[in-house]
Design a protein around this ligand. Structure first.
Ligand code: PRP
Length: 201
Protein backbone atom coordinates (compact mmCIF):
# COMPACT_ATOMS: atom_id res chain seq x y z
CA UNK A 1 0.00 0.00 0.00
CA UNK A 2 1.31 3.42 -0.91
CA UNK A 3 1.46 6.24 1.56
CA UNK A 4 2.73 6.62 5.07
CA UNK A 5 3.43 3.75 7.40
CA UNK A 6 0.25 2.79 9.19
CA UNK A 7 -1.93 3.55 6.18
CA UNK A 8 -5.42 4.98 6.49
CA UNK A 9 -6.18 8.66 6.27
CA UNK A 10 -3.14 10.92 6.49
CA UNK A 11 -2.65 11.93 10.12
CA UNK A 12 -3.37 15.60 10.53
CA UNK A 13 -0.37 17.44 11.88
CA UNK A 14 -0.95 19.90 14.67
CA UNK A 15 -1.65 23.23 13.11
CA UNK A 16 1.11 25.71 13.97
CA UNK A 17 -1.50 28.39 14.52
CA UNK A 18 -3.35 26.24 17.05
CA UNK A 19 -0.13 25.50 18.91
CA UNK A 20 1.01 29.10 19.03
CA UNK A 21 -2.37 30.41 20.17
CA UNK A 22 -1.95 28.53 23.44
CA UNK A 23 -1.64 30.89 26.39
CA UNK A 24 -0.18 29.14 29.44
CA UNK A 25 -1.97 29.56 32.78
CA UNK A 26 1.03 31.42 34.22
CA UNK A 27 0.42 34.30 31.82
CA UNK A 28 -1.74 37.05 33.28
CA UNK A 29 -2.27 38.91 30.05
CA UNK A 30 -1.03 39.02 26.46
CA UNK A 31 0.64 42.40 26.13
CA UNK A 32 1.67 42.22 22.47
CA UNK A 33 0.11 39.61 20.23
CA UNK A 34 1.97 37.51 17.72
CA UNK A 35 0.25 39.43 14.89
CA UNK A 36 1.31 42.77 16.36
CA UNK A 37 4.91 41.54 16.70
CA UNK A 38 5.01 40.26 13.14
CA UNK A 39 3.51 43.52 11.84
CA UNK A 40 6.12 45.52 13.72
CA UNK A 41 8.97 43.30 12.53
CA UNK A 42 7.82 43.86 8.94
CA UNK A 43 7.71 47.63 9.57
CA UNK A 44 11.21 47.68 11.08
CA UNK A 45 12.53 45.50 8.25
CA UNK A 46 11.14 47.92 5.66
CA UNK A 47 12.89 50.83 7.42
CA UNK A 48 16.17 48.89 7.63
CA UNK A 49 15.88 47.84 3.97
CA UNK A 50 15.50 51.49 2.99
CA UNK A 51 18.30 52.78 5.24
CA UNK A 52 20.82 50.13 4.17
CA UNK A 53 19.85 49.95 0.50
CA UNK A 54 22.82 48.80 -1.59
CA UNK A 55 24.75 47.65 1.48
CA UNK A 56 25.08 44.42 3.38
CA UNK A 57 24.25 44.42 7.06
CA UNK A 58 25.75 42.23 9.75
CA UNK A 59 23.09 41.35 12.30
CA UNK A 60 24.60 40.74 15.73
CA UNK A 61 22.14 38.94 17.97
CA UNK A 62 22.60 38.87 21.71
CA UNK A 63 21.79 35.41 23.03
CA UNK A 64 19.53 34.05 24.11
CA UNK A 65 16.66 36.50 24.09
CA UNK A 66 17.31 37.87 20.60
CA UNK A 67 16.91 34.53 18.84
CA UNK A 68 13.26 35.08 17.84
CA UNK A 69 13.61 38.66 16.66
CA UNK A 70 16.84 37.74 14.80
CA UNK A 71 15.14 34.90 12.96
CA UNK A 72 12.05 36.90 12.02
CA UNK A 73 13.90 40.11 11.19
CA UNK A 74 16.48 38.36 9.02
CA UNK A 75 13.71 36.68 7.02
CA UNK A 76 11.77 39.91 6.63
CA UNK A 77 14.74 41.86 5.24
CA UNK A 78 15.40 41.92 1.52
CA UNK A 79 18.91 43.40 1.69
CA UNK A 80 21.79 40.92 2.01
CA UNK A 81 22.45 40.01 5.64
CA UNK A 82 24.83 37.87 7.58
CA UNK A 83 24.32 36.83 11.15
CA UNK A 84 26.56 36.59 14.16
CA UNK A 85 25.73 35.90 17.78
CA UNK A 86 27.22 36.97 21.05
CA UNK A 87 26.46 35.67 24.49
CA UNK A 88 27.17 37.95 27.40
CA UNK A 89 26.61 37.66 31.09
CA UNK A 90 25.87 40.65 33.21
CA UNK A 91 27.02 40.59 36.80
CA UNK A 92 24.15 41.46 39.10
CA UNK A 93 20.97 39.88 40.36
CA UNK A 94 18.94 37.53 38.21
CA UNK A 95 16.48 40.30 37.37
CA UNK A 96 18.67 43.36 36.92
CA UNK A 97 21.97 43.94 35.24
CA UNK A 98 24.92 45.82 36.67
CA UNK A 99 26.56 46.97 33.46
CA UNK A 100 29.64 44.87 34.17
CA UNK A 101 29.58 42.39 31.37
CA UNK A 102 31.52 39.23 30.63
CA UNK A 103 31.65 37.72 27.13
CA UNK A 104 30.53 34.09 27.20
CA UNK A 105 30.58 33.68 23.44
CA UNK A 106 32.25 36.17 21.16
CA UNK A 107 31.60 36.84 17.48
CA UNK A 108 33.10 34.29 15.12
CA UNK A 109 34.29 36.92 12.64
CA UNK A 110 35.78 40.38 12.52
CA UNK A 111 33.37 43.27 12.18
CA UNK A 112 35.90 45.83 10.94
CA UNK A 113 34.43 47.90 8.10
CA UNK A 114 31.08 46.10 8.32
CA UNK A 115 27.70 47.71 8.92
CA UNK A 116 26.71 46.21 12.27
CA UNK A 117 23.13 46.12 13.49
CA UNK A 118 22.90 44.89 17.07
CA UNK A 119 19.63 43.03 17.57
CA UNK A 120 18.11 42.83 21.04
CA UNK A 121 14.86 41.49 22.40
CA UNK A 122 14.61 44.04 25.20
CA UNK A 123 16.39 47.08 26.53
CA UNK A 124 15.75 47.34 30.23
CA UNK A 125 18.28 49.44 32.15
CA UNK A 126 20.27 49.77 28.92
CA UNK A 127 23.48 48.81 30.73
CA UNK A 128 24.13 45.65 28.72
CA UNK A 129 23.65 47.48 25.46
CA UNK A 130 25.71 50.45 26.58
CA UNK A 131 28.64 48.11 27.24
CA UNK A 132 28.01 46.21 24.01
CA UNK A 133 27.99 49.35 21.89
CA UNK A 134 31.31 50.47 23.34
CA UNK A 135 32.72 47.00 22.74
CA UNK A 136 31.39 46.86 19.16
CA UNK A 137 32.68 50.34 18.27
CA UNK A 138 36.15 49.43 19.52
CA UNK A 139 36.32 46.80 16.75
CA UNK A 140 36.26 49.39 13.99
CA UNK A 141 32.99 48.72 12.15
CA UNK A 142 31.81 50.98 9.34
CA UNK A 143 28.71 51.73 11.43
CA UNK A 144 26.83 50.44 14.47
CA UNK A 145 23.09 50.75 15.03
CA UNK A 146 20.60 48.98 17.29
CA UNK A 147 17.31 47.27 16.62
CA UNK A 148 15.32 46.24 19.71
CA UNK A 149 11.85 44.77 19.77
CA UNK A 150 11.07 46.07 23.25
CA UNK A 151 12.24 48.95 25.38
CA UNK A 152 11.30 49.85 28.96
CA UNK A 153 11.77 53.63 29.14
CA UNK A 154 10.94 53.80 32.88
CA UNK A 155 13.80 51.41 33.66
CA UNK A 156 16.46 53.25 31.62
CA UNK A 157 19.65 54.09 33.49
CA UNK A 158 21.49 55.31 30.43
CA UNK A 159 20.38 57.21 27.38
CA UNK A 160 21.13 55.16 24.29
CA UNK A 161 20.81 55.87 20.59
CA UNK A 162 18.45 53.11 19.49
CA UNK A 163 17.58 53.53 15.84
CA UNK A 164 14.87 50.89 15.52
CA UNK A 165 12.48 50.21 18.40
CA UNK A 166 9.45 47.97 18.16
CA UNK A 167 7.45 48.79 21.27
CA UNK A 168 7.94 50.86 24.40
CA UNK A 169 6.45 48.91 27.29
CA UNK A 170 5.95 49.48 31.01
CA UNK A 171 8.62 48.26 33.37
CA UNK A 172 6.89 44.99 34.17
CA UNK A 173 7.91 41.35 34.13
CA UNK A 174 7.29 40.22 30.56
CA UNK A 175 8.05 36.90 28.93
CA UNK A 176 7.71 35.33 25.51
CA UNK A 177 9.18 35.85 22.05
CA UNK A 178 12.67 35.20 23.41
CA UNK A 179 12.21 36.59 26.90
CA UNK A 180 12.33 34.14 29.75
CA UNK A 181 11.65 33.64 33.39
CA UNK A 182 14.04 30.98 34.74
CA UNK A 183 14.65 29.89 31.12
CA UNK A 184 10.95 29.25 30.46
CA UNK A 185 8.42 30.90 28.12
CA UNK A 186 10.96 31.98 25.47
CA UNK A 187 9.07 29.97 22.84
CA UNK A 188 5.79 31.86 23.20
CA UNK A 189 4.98 33.76 20.00
CA UNK A 190 3.58 36.72 21.94
CA UNK A 191 4.85 38.95 24.74
CA UNK A 192 2.88 38.51 27.93
CA UNK A 193 2.81 39.56 31.54
CA UNK A 194 3.73 36.82 33.94
CA UNK A 195 1.45 36.35 36.94
CA UNK A 196 3.28 37.79 39.98
CA UNK A 197 2.75 34.59 41.97
CA UNK A 198 4.99 32.76 39.47
CA UNK A 199 8.07 34.82 40.27
CA UNK A 200 7.15 35.81 43.84
CA UNK A 201 7.60 32.26 45.10
C1 PRP B 1 18.33 40.52 28.61
C2 PRP B 1 18.22 41.15 27.24
C3 PRP B 1 19.34 42.14 27.22
C4 PRP B 1 19.46 42.55 28.67
C5 PRP B 1 18.79 43.86 28.86
O1 PRP B 1 19.23 39.48 28.57
O2 PRP B 1 18.32 40.21 26.20
O3 PRP B 1 20.53 41.56 26.74
O4 PRP B 1 18.78 41.56 29.46
O5 PRP B 1 18.91 44.30 30.19
P1 PRP B 1 19.57 45.69 30.56
O6 PRP B 1 19.09 46.70 29.56
O7 PRP B 1 19.04 45.97 31.95
O8 PRP B 1 21.05 45.54 30.55
P2 PRP B 1 19.44 38.46 29.79
O9 PRP B 1 20.63 38.89 30.58
O10 PRP B 1 18.15 38.30 30.53
O11 PRP B 1 19.84 37.11 29.05
P3 PRP B 1 18.98 36.23 28.01
O12 PRP B 1 18.83 37.05 26.75
O13 PRP B 1 19.80 35.01 27.80
O14 PRP B 1 17.64 35.93 28.65
Amino acid sequence: MAGRAGGGAPRRGRSLQRVTDRVPDEIEKVLISSEEIQGKVAEMAAAIDADYAGREVLLVGVLKGAVMIMADLARALTIPVSMEFMAVSSYGSSTSSSGVVRILKDLDREVADRHVLVVEDVIDSGLTLSWLLRNMKSRGPASVEVCALLRKPEAAKVDLPVRYVGFDIPSEFVVGYGLDYAERYRELPFVGLLKPEVYAT
